[in-house]
Design a protein around this ligand. Sequence first.
Ligand SMILES: Nc1ncnc2c1ncn2[C@@H]1O[C@H](COP(=O)(O)OP(=O)(O)OP(=O)(O)O)[C@@H](O)[C@H]1O
Ligand SMILES: Nc1nc2c(ncn2[C@@H]2O[C@H](COP(=O)(O)O)[C@@H](O)[C@H]2O)c(=O)[nH]1
Length: 402
Amino acid sequence: MGEAPAFFADSLLGDFPNGVDLKSKGHKTAICIGSKIYVIGGADHESTAVIGVQIFEKSSGEWINPTVLGTKPKVSNGHSAVLLNGDRILVIKGNSKSDGCFWFLEVGTPFIREQEKTHGNEVVAWSKGVLGNVKKPIVISGPSGVGKGTLISELMKEFPSMFGFSVSHTTRAPREKEQNGFHYHFSDCSVMEREIKDGKFLEFASVHGNLYGTSVEAVEVVADAGKRCILDIDVQGARSVRASSLDAIFIFISPPSFEELEKRLRARATETEEQIQKRLRNARAELEQGKSSGLFDHILVNDDLESCYENLKNILGLTEGVKTAHKTYPELVDLPVEHLVSKTDQKILINCGAGEYQKASDNMYVLDLSLLKGGAPGRTRGLNLFVTNPSTDRVNVDNQLS
Ligand SMILES: Nc1ncnc2c1ncn2[C@@H]1O[C@H](COP(=O)(O)OP(=O)(O)OP(=O)(O)O)[C@@H](O)[C@H]1O
Ligand SMILES: Nc1nc2c(ncn2[C@@H]2O[C@H](COP(=O)(O)O)[C@@H](O)[C@H]2O)c(=O)[nH]1
């Protein structure tokens, strides 16, 4: 149970006209979902730099400090909040640019329900809203030595501005030419176990006797750079990603034969005999699962490297002449502190000339949420923002809201 915010729960039920399902006072907003009132604003109880969240449970009259996961938004002069689908709240920070003003607070999504089982406490999770879209990440799996890394290197070499590699964490020792932060983030077992508990990883698995994991950040930094992310992970990891909010394409690379796989692994000469034996034992299980689980969208046999690479490019729609990424981000706009929000279906109307400050020339923005992707613990992507002027674009607004 936490300390109450600086106003009483009853006052939350007053009529503050600041958006849909929204009651606000000062820099706090309140959204009611069932028996709970989520109070967003002020400082977090652990850090004064980020926006706090508290929950008022109406049935017991108690205040709860939930476990707050995800990237938290910095405190701002003011914000508005809108409930979406009953399980997440859109928070629009005023006085910020459109690449940093949209945030989502998840309160009842499948991810939150899973986390509540682990934490044994109320959980909420922030994710930053990102305008525009990037193409689906690509998960590449297959037994050790099949050629995943070789194929990925070819892609990155031919299309450097299009693809980015998700740099995993691992507890295995670096090989001779491997660089920390480039090939892997090399980590201690105790550090990585603590970070797993803290929710830093999208997925993790014990592979060939070591821990490996993809951090949420490893995937998001690639997408933030406008690139398509490639993950090189084992089959257990692929299964976890399938169950996560990351909408990806799953490709399994298979060897032409088990003998050829063994030959490649030995020729690479990076493992001891004992490790080779372990990897080969695991390869049998991975081949079984990879081919029969229905987990993978595509299975590619890496016999001749050149033709396998061509097949991979075909799957990814990389025909001749496609060399660069297409960025589709809208131009940045400034959202003022004073704004009104209203919601129709999957669209949010943001009126930037709110109340007494309204001028005929003030712009309205329409935030389209119909193509939302992802969410906590990563980013929420696929937001589209249209600008419109109420005095000249009446028809336009109506169309965009319908
Ligand atoms: N089609 C191919 N024909 C012959 N050799 C290949 C082929 N593809 C890759 N190789 C070689 O096989 C070895 C293993 O390849 P690579 O390191 O890319 O495998 P990997 O699947 O990434 O393995 P790991 O999962 O252990 O990281 C390398 O020496 C590579 O040059
Ligand atoms: N589940 C995960 N598996 C991973 C990750 N990073 C790499 N891997 C897989 O581990 C094996 C061994 O890799 P190696 O570099 O030691 O040869 C290989 O199959 C990789 O695909 C990860 O983040 N998560």
